[in-house]
Design a protein around this ligand. Structure first.
Ligand code: XUL
Length: 515
């Protein structure tokens, strides 16, 4: 029996999932919701309140406290962490943590104190900008100008300079707090920060998550000297050297051995971004399988046959943890937008599902909603606004069923429109994330994409991806074997397009084309 642990530090929670490669079973699935479990960090949805809607920062100590809280919960559940033979995991992408002392140079973690009080003195910046931040347009323009245009940034990094990516965020920090930047010895991503906590040392950034920084040269797998220079002075020394995702970055620090009963010398494999990790957890590391992940953000992604970039500039190319590349398009107004509409019209989630399946029909009688409750990156909408077209009752949020369908249809059509550059019409799409269970949402996706939609038996694909990556790196098991054991479609999950439905969206597609 060999047990492997995957962790996933997402926007709103930290999860742990363990697989047993011998029995093919998931043997642990626990999580800690930041807002509920750690209210003292004043982050009900994972980030700090700010007057400017473009500013989205989190308290990195929240993620540290959550790690101890989660492991306590796992031990309390009776699970024996001493069986774990390897750990990997993932973090929300693009977010960055700033340390005045490198973790590698910090005192060894002591089990006499909680981790959070040992990490706090290391920080050179109290907050961490996260992927929802859109406050760096000026820095994006400056980086693009220094490179001779966005096309050159795309050619090197696979993405335009975009607000949430780490490079523009670092540049803003250097410009606004030059002294604190100067004192910063190490900049980590959420993923490499988590791995660093585990090994009690400085864990490198992997190619999967590193590609979301506007700094990594995709051809060489190294940070581009031109982009480093265009971003901030002395940056190379603060970032370390990026590594392939399967790299063993160290072994678990004694803190976790004595406190939680892990075995000594448990290997830790590089952490990656939550989306690259989900590519593994969805069994989609070979081209041909598209994934839609519906969490705080909605993302559409797939492994790539050949490197290709989005002419409109919204799509990205990241490292595929199994080798090669993946494409991704991200939408900020995902679950929080669905939740906001559901709350405003007073529907339960089951009523929301019923509204879509039973009380409304494709095309929604011309009721459209463009749900930009927070600044959106795809398409770029920096000032939050909700655009409503249709009947009076719908526009007044008084027609609850129409509102439910309107938000989901707009999201699905936007996903389809902005993923067209990938150049493939997927016949089957695997969906994951909290909203993926909702039959109404599945049906809209099937109708809009004209594809079969299926969910997998294991829900948390990013944490599963972490566990499978650890198993692959430590035991050398082939991906196909791991997928055969752990990536099975949920029984009876397939949803197919309703007959003759595609034309129903022509009006909405035209409306979209005008926006
Ligand atoms: C991807 C992105 C989001 C975060 C959310 O580019 O910004 O999906 O990774 O966790």
């Amino acid at each position: 029996m060999a047990i492997f642990l995957g962790l996933d530090s997402s926007t709103q929670s930290l999860s742990a999932l363990a697989v047993d490669t011998a029995s093919g079973k998931v043997v642990l699935d626990e999580s800690v919701n930041f807002g509920e479990a750690l209210p003292e960090y004043r982050s009900p949805t994972g980030f700090l309140e700010a007057a400017d809607p473009r500013l989205k920062h989190a308290d990195p100590l929240l993620w540290v406290a959550a790690l101890d809280r989660l492991l306590e919960k796992v031990v309390a559940s009776g699970f024996d962490l001493g069986q774990v033979r390897g750990i990997s995991g993932a973090g929300q992408q693009h977010g960055s943590v700033y340390l005045g002392t490198r973790v590698a140079d910090a005192p060894r973690w002591t089990a006499q104190q909680p981790l959070v009080s040992q990490v706090a003195p290391l920080l050179s910046r109290r907050t961490a900008p996260i992927w929802m931040d859109s406050s760096t347009s000026e820095e994006c323009d400056e980086i693009a100008a220094a490179l001779g245009g966005q096309a050159n940034v795309v050619a090197i990094t696979g993405s335009r300079a975009v607000e949430r990516f780490t490079g523009p965020q670092i540049r803003k920090f250097w410009k606004s707090e030059p002294e604190a930047y100067e004192k910063t010895a190490e900049i980590l991503l959420v993923s490499s920060f988590l791995a660093s906590l585990l090994i009690g040392g400085s864990a490198p950034i992997d190619y999967g998550d590193g590609a979301g920084m506007n700094l990594l040269d995709l051809r060489t797998g190294t940070f581009s000297p031109t982009l480093l220079a265009a971003t901030a002075p002395g940056l190379a020394a603060k970032l370390g050297t990026p590594v392939p995702s399967h790299t063993r970055v160290g072994e678990l620090a004694p803190y976790f051995v004595s406190k939680y009963g892990f075995a000594e010398h448990t290997p830790v494999i590089a952490f990656t971004g939550d989306n690259p990790s989900s590519l593994v957890g969805m069994g989609a590391t070979e081209p041909g399988t598209a994934v839609i992940s519906m969490g705080t953000s909605d993302t559409v992604f797939a492994a790539m046959r050949e490197p290709r970039t989005d002419p409109q500039g919204y799509g990205h190319v990241f490292g595929n943890p199994a080798g090669g590349f993946m494409c991704l398009i991200c939408f900020a107004n995902g679950s929080l937008a669905r939740e906001e509409v559901r709350r405003r019209v007073g529907l339960s989630w089951s009523d929301f599902e019923r509204a879509i399946l039973e009380q409304t029909k494709p095309g929604n009688d011309g009721n459209y909603m463009f749900p930009y409750f927070v600044p959106e990156m795809t398409p770029k909408i920096l000032e939050p606004r909700v655009e409503l077209f249709g009947s009076d009752a719908f526009r007044a949020f008084a027609d609850a069923p129409a509102s439910a369908r309107a938000v989901v249809e707009a999201q699905a059509l936007s996903m389809q429109r902005h993923s067209a550059w990938i150049g493939e019409h997927p016949r089957v799409i695997r969906v994951t994330g909290g909203a993926a269970k909702n039959r109404g949402i599945q049906q809209v996706l099937a109708d809009v994409f004209d594809a079969q939609i299926c969910t997998l038996a294991v829900q948390n694909s990013s944490a599963l991806g972490g566990a499978l990556r650890a198993a692959q790196a430590v035991e050398g098991l082939p991906w196909a074997e791991l997928y055969a054991r752990f990536v099975a479609p949920a029984v009876g999950s397939a949803v197919v397009p309703a007959p003759g439905v595609t034309g129903a969206y022509d009006g909405l597609r035209r409306q979209f084309a005008r926006t």
